[in-house]
Design a protein around this ligand. Structure first.
Ligand code: MN
Length: 248
């Protein structure tokens, strides 16, 4: 009996080893300069203060999102939010071993630097995970039912989302959220604000967020924000949306 348990154990370890080998090349190529510590305290839907590795290579989302935009967006824009957030956290006595969400829920008590960079870091960490080269992911039956109840149809939800994303003046984000009374809603926020923040006009938990800052699309799409938004739906990772929905 003991021998058989040991064999099982060895079998599982070998499998785990293979898993690690398969995922390493991806992560290795992406992680290069990223701080990978501080991840274990957080579930898939909570957020630490360090930038996590992209879950794909920079070219993975071509042609919807071009390689150069992905590289600059991740390594320059998003990296700066994380760096500046950690500076603000140090200056304002925030415990960075706790989830960033704790700060966002009461962001009105902190500096503008914390608001801009805490929001910026949270939004981008979520955004990368919401994208995928796998264009076959689908909303779960439960999520689809909620969307049909909330909006009448998937098309109508997308239409409202597209309007929110297109009409957000200047820089900001469009969101599909679950409000505190458990209803789905489409909103948009300015700058790097998000619906977790106590200063948000409509508060809730984000299921889908789309970055409509020009830095997210200008190199490829220039002024054609609507085309960028249309491409977003092709690379949306519904598995991530499902996970976020299930977590509520
Ligand atoms: Mn951005």
């Amino acid at each position: 009996m003991k021998q058989s348990s040991r064999r099982n154990f060895i079998g599982q370890s070998a499998l785990a080893g293979i898993g690690a080998l398969i995922t390493l090349p991806n992560l290795g190529a992406l992680a290069a300069s990223n701080n990978m510590t501080n991840t274990s305290n957080f579930s898939p839907i909570t957020t630490g203060f360090d930038q996590q590795p992209l879950p794909y290579v920079y070219s993975a989302l071509e042609p919807s999102i071009d390689t150069l935009t992905m590289d600059i967006h991740y390594n320059k824009h998003a990296a700066a939010y994380s760096k500046n957030l950690k500076e603000a956290a140090l200056a304002e006595g925030v415990d960075t071993s706790k989830p960033l969400e704790d700060v966002l829920y009461k962001i009105s008590k902190y500096s503008v630097k914390m608001r801009n960079n805490g929001g910026g870091h949270y939004n981008h960490e979520m955004f990368w995970k919401l994208l995928s080269a796998d264009t076959t992911t689908q909303p779960s039956a439960k999520l689809l039912a909620a969307i049909n109840t909330g909006f009448g149809s998937m098309d109508e939800m997308k239409k409202q989302f597209n309007t929110a994303a297109t009409t957000r003046f200047g820089s900001g984000w469009a969101w599909l959220i679950i409000t505190n009374d458990k209803k789905l809603a489409i909103i948009s926020t300015p700058n790097q604000d998000n619906p977790l923040m106590d200063i948000a006009e409509v508060k809730g938990f984000p299921l889908i967020g789309l970055d409509v800052w020009e830095h997210a699309y200008y190199l490829k799409y220039q002024n054609r924000r609507a085309d960028y938004i249309a491409s977003f739906w092709k690379i949306l990772n519904w598995n991530t949306v499902n996970t976020r929905f299930e977590s509520i």
